[in-house]
Design a binder for this molecule. Sequence first.
Ligand code: SAM
Length: 202
Amino acid sequence: MRSMSRDHAHVQEFFGARAADWDSRFPDDGPAYAAAVAELGLREGDRVLDAGCGTGRALPPLRAAVGPPGLVLGADVTPGMLQAAARAGRDREGRLLLTDVAALPLRSRSLDAVFAAGLIAHLPDPAGNLRELARVVRPGGVLALFHPIGRRALATRQGRRVTPDDLRAEPNLRPLLAGAGWRMASYVDEDDRFLALAVRGA
Ligand SMILES: C[S@@+](CC[C@H](N)C(=O)[O-])C[C@H]1O[C@@H](n2cnc3c(N)ncnc32)[C@H](O)[C@@H]1O
């Protein structure tokens, strides 16, 4: 395991405390994850990373999309989340990596796609971390930034308001992605889903 910084300590504490009942808090999200994964356009044999995979809720649809010859990786910095993923048997769908997405133990251009659900708001250096995700994806490969509810609904659930400086707001996200090597191809922010798709530049 690589050494973890104080940034990680906060994330690990927050999500570690929520890992055991993460899936039972959101029992009906499965179809939304499957629909978002479908938008990646994966093919049999593709190589895909679930960045910030948590309990691995996206791993079954990712495995279904790439089939037995494909490569499915789930990376997360919180040990308790990966332990919950393994307890749920999701380590059979993909290989679990305890690692920070800021420094992935993967070769450059080795993947076809990255799926990241609920991750980006928790990153201490979104621009740098999105650049690291771009590093490991081949040109033309795809990134999905997903959340099973939209920004406004999430803010309401968390007892706050959406502010203009929210980095997932389209006017902020598009240049953030562009600066990190991604071209935003589509953007949806509705009550029942947030999904931004981006393509890795050459
Ligand atoms: C909101 S949860 C989402 C989990 C999962 N993707 C899902 O949709 O159920 C965010 C996850 O990102 C992980 N995470 C946050 N920062 C990370 C980082 N720098 N590297 C890897 N994982 C990170 C957390 O540990 C947590 O499991």
